[in-house]
Design a protein around this ligand. Structure first.
Ligand code: SAH
Length: 349
């Protein structure tokens, strides 16, 4: 039975499920989940991410990691952790930038936090020979050394719940089955469930908040910092941001469970507040363009274009894609979270 058929059977038997449960099943169901079974990143796949646009993206993150390591007092051993490393491209670019600081590279023990078996295999192939370690979640990574955490497009996979404004007030939007036997959004009211008519007015991710608190607690006890890049909002915003992408096309999140990547805009204020509650220091949120410019992306792009004159136009287009307001520059945000043990702050805030 397909994931769709199984979900329908379960809902018919036990009732509608929360949007977060639906997302979780679509992404991680062991038999049919998108990441568990058929993740397909890149220009030929379902979606493209910044590290796949240009090697410079990962290199800038590598420079940031070196800055933090320097601020940590250049420890002889630290853990360089990436959450949701995709096909391993970003970590290989981070490590390339690390060659500029051989003692940094020698001190780094690389950990990849990944749930997807097919993606772990891709990471192993791309990073062969670099001695990386894998964990299924951040809790499995030892904490007896400083830690520098990087994550691009990881937070947007954490499941959200949604509420709609119906005639009767605020009601939770759930995934049910309609009269014709198809998956449909329904809203929950005092008498049970009804077809969901009103628009989504609130989204909340308990998983994002729990994860943020966990990061805060980790950094409260272990020197280090984390960098979280994702598409998302810098203030609370009403509206439906649950999105399914398949073959670079948006489709209904209910259209093909397990066959499309399912994400939501990251609620950065909620994430940062949770990290602070957990005990971390947080820096002001930056846009991706601001962050990359601070790290010197323009200088790096010019240098790369000088050594590859034939690719100069391509490099300019890639730079544009990462930093322009019309493309990824402003929709994507950068959250920086520090251990309070890291004082003074390692970079301008
Ligand atoms: N960072 C990569 C890939 C982004 S896709 C890039 O920018 O190209 C999301 C990644 O997060 C995938 O590697 C996916 O398998 C992983 N992932 C999703 N949910 C996860 C979870 N709960 N725990 C660990 N990894 C997860």
């Amino acid at each position: 039975m397909s994931l769709r058929e199984r979900l329908i059977a379960e809902i018919v038997e036990r009732g509608p499920i929360r949007v977060s449960d639906y997302m979780d099943r679509c992404l991680h169901d062991p038999a049919d989940g998108y990441y568990a079974r058929r993740p397909d990143l890149g220009s030929q796949g379902d979606f493209i991410t910044a590290p796949l646009v240009s090697q410079i993206f990962g290199e800038m993150l590598g420079l940031w990691a070196i800055t933090i390591w320097d601020g940590l007092g250049r420890p002889a051993r630290f853990r360089l952790v990436e959450l949701g490393p995709g096909d391993g491209t970003m970590m290989s670019d981070v490590l390339r930038a690390g060659r500029a600081a051989p003692t940094f590279l020698a001190a780094a023990e690389v950990w990849l936090v990944e749930t997807s078996t097919p993606l772990q295999a891709k990471q192993a192939a791309r990073l062969a020979g670099t001695g990386v370690n894998w964990a299924k979640n951040l809790g499995e990574v030892p904490t007896n050394a400083p830690v520098i955490i990087l994550a691009n497009e990881f937070l947007d996979c954490l499941p959200i719940d949604q509420w709609v404004a119906d005639a009767g007030g605020l009601r939770e939007r759930c995934v049910g089955v309609d009269a014709s036997g198809k998956l449909a959004f329904v809203s929950r009211n005092a008498n049970g469930y009804s077809a969901s008519s009103g628009g989504v007015v609130e989204e909340r991710s308990a998983a994002l908040e729990a994860f943020g608190e966990g990061i805060g607690e980790l950094l409260a006890g272990t020197p280090g910092a984390g960098l979280f890049i994702d598409y998302g909002r810098d203030r609370k915003g009403p509206g439906d941001t649950l999105q399914a992408l398949r073959g670079h096309q948006k489709e209904s999140p209910l259209a093909s469970p397990g066959h499309a990547d399912l994400t939501a805009h990251v609620d950065f204020p909620a994430f940062m507040a949770a990290a602070k509650r957990g005990g971390a220091d947080i820096a002001p949120l930056l846009t991706q363009a601001e962050f990359l410019r601070r790290m010197g992306i323009e200088v790096r792009a010019s240098a790369l274009a000088r050594t590859n004159p034939a690719k100069s136009d391509l490099i300019t287009r890639q730079l544009e894609r990462l930093t322009s307001a019309a493309q990824m520059g402003e929709l994507f945000k950068v959250a920086r979270v520090y251990s309070p043990l890291l004082a003074p702050p390692p970079e301008p805030r």
